[in-house]
Structures are given as structure tokens and as C-alpha cells.
Design a protein around this ligand. Structure first.
Ligand code: ADP
Ligand code: MG
Length: 254
């Protein structure tokens, strides 16, 4: 098996006249943590959503485990997959958003069990067992019966991570998972993400948490205006940026 987990090649995406992604190239190796940085509006969320085909792309290609995402190839043309086939691909790719978007009328346990039971048709007992293990893993073993409204933002986000992990993904996408949290709650979520990284999960993380990027990332990609400006190790990109745009951005967030 190749050691490349996700490969994006010359990905373009427009919303109407707005050319948002202008040829994104990015490779993430198996087991790597890749942090994606860039100013607001640079296309980070759009790119992340393209990786699990929540957005179509206009040209280029995205592969996960060597499999073309969202399309099938015939000759030199790409045809969009049936929604059911795209959903199947998405099952292996977990995503955590800025807003925790848990189901408010379900307990933590029910939130975590819901996709395995209803999407994957797992037995309830097995799904519950996995959910309880995941609750422990995110440090919320005592919150199984709590509803989202009874939890802090940091706890809700940890439940959201557990819920994504319940589908047993082998690639996790995080879109600014801590930016909606009160500052004192950021650390507990980053800790869970760090331990997930240490367990060998491949992760692509959009974040403004420079400490996390420095400590946990294998590669850092800086995007601006829909292009990759700079890519490299955290030491290179954060410690010794080469481009004016990277320097300007870092001087604002550091
Ligand atoms: P970032 O996550 O880096 O802040 P986004 O990917 O959210 O950037 O947005 C990039 C650009 O794409 C913005 O100009 C935004 O308005 C536009 N955009 C994002 N999603 C949509 C959409 N669903 N429809 C139209 N425009 C969108
Ligand atoms: Mg965004």
C-alpha cells in the first residue's frame, strides 16, 4: 500500500464568478497530521469540504487511499458519483466542524451511536460498547446520558469528535474545531486531538492554534487567496516563513 493517504492535484472550485480554489496541490501521508492555515476567506473550509465531496470540484482531482473522491473516471472525463456512492466514501472520512452540531434531543451516547446504527447498520449492543469506549477516550465516560445543552462547549466538541470516530474513519478532517470555544475550553479539545494524532490517525486540521501546529503537525500548509503559498515542516513554515504573505499572516496570529 502506498504511504500517501490524501492527494489533491490542481483542484479548482468556483462559486459562480468567485474562483475560490485556484489549483490546490496537497499530499498527506498515512499517519501524518497536516495543519492548514490561512486568512479568513482563503478557501480552507471549501477545500476541506471537497475532500469528502460535500462540495463538487470544477477540475483537478482528489484521491484518498488512491481512490478518486466524488467521481468516476471514464477516458479522460470525470463523472460525479451517485450520492449513495459518495456517501459510502465519506463513511471513512470523519469531519469535525467549528460548531459542534450534535443532535440536541439525543444524549451523548445516542449522538455517538446514531451513525453506526442507522448508516452502517451495526447492532445496537456493539455500537453502544464502542460509544462507551469512545466516551472514555475523550475523557467523558461519565457523560453518556447527558444532553448537549447540559455540556460545556469543550465537552460538546469532544463528543463531536467521538461521534466522528464511531464510524471508524481512517482520515479525520477538522475545520477550526476550537475557534467557537471560550479560551479556557480550547486546551481540552486540543488534548483529545493530540492523543488521536499520537494513536496514528491521519488528520487534516484547519486551525489558528499555532501552538498545536508547532507541536503536533508534521506539515503545515499556508493558503491565501485560493492558492497554496507555502508548505513544509512547522519549523520551516512557522519558524522561518519565506513569503511575505505568510509572514504577514503569522505576525497577526502569533
Ligand atoms: P475559509 O474557510 O478559508 O475562511 P471558505 O472556504 O469558507 O474560506 O470561503 C472561501 C470563499 O468561498 C469565500 O469567498 C466564501 O464566501 C465563498 N463560499 C464558501 N462557501 C460558499 C457557498 N456554499 N456558496 C457560495 N460561496 C461560498
Ligand atoms: Mg473556514
Amino acid at each position: 500500500m502506498s504511504d500517501v493517504k490524501m492527494m489533491a492535484l490542481d483542484v479548482h472550485k468556483s462559486f459562480g464568478e468567485n474562483h475560490v480554489l485556484k489549483g490546490i496541490d496537497m499530499t498527506v501521508k498515512r499517519g501524518e497530521v497536516s495543519c492548514l492555515l490561512g486568512p479568513s476567506g482563503s478557501g480552507k473550509s471549501t477545500f476541506l469540504r471537497c475532500i469528502n465531496h460535500l462540495e463538487t470540484i470544477d477540475s483537478g482531482r482528489i484521491e484518498v487511499d488512491g481512490e478518486l473522491i466524488g467521481y468516476r473516471e471514464q477516458g479522460d472525463k470525470l463523472y460525479e458519483l451517485h450520492p449513495r456512492a459518495a456517501a459510502k466514501q465519506r463513511e471513512n472520512i470523519g469531519m469535525v466542524f467549528q460548531r459542534f452540531n450534535l443532535f440536541p434531543h439525543m444524549t451523548s451516547l445516542e449522538n455517538i451511536m446514531c451513525s453506526p446504527v442507522f448508516v452502517k447498520r451495526e447492532g445496537k449492543a456493539a455500537a453502544k460498547q464502542t460509544a462507551l469506549e469512545l466516551l472514555d477516550r475523550v475523557g467523558l465516560g461519565d457523560k453518556a446520558e447527558s444532553y448537549p445543552a447540559e455540556l460545556s462547549g469543550g465537552q460538546q466538541q469532544r463528543i463531536a469528535i467521538a461521534r466522528a470516530l464511531a464510524m471508524k474513519p481512517d482520515l479525520m478532517l477538522f475545520d477550526e474545531p476550537t475557534s467557537a470555544l471560550d479560551p479556557e475550553l480550547v486546551g481540552e479539545v486540543l488534548e483529545v486531538m493530540k492523543s488521536l494524532a499520537e494513536s496514528g490517525m491521519t488528520m487534516i486540521v484547519v486551525t489558528h492554534e499555532m501552538g498545536f501546529a508547532r507541536e503536533v503537525a508534521d506539515t503545515v500548509t499556508f493558503m491565501d487567496g485560493g492558492v497554496v503559498v507555502e508548505q513544509g515542516s512547522p519549523d520551516e513554515v512557522l519558524g522561518n516563513p519565506q513569503h511575505g504573505r505568510t509572514k504577514a499572516f503569522l505576525s497577526k496570529v502569533l
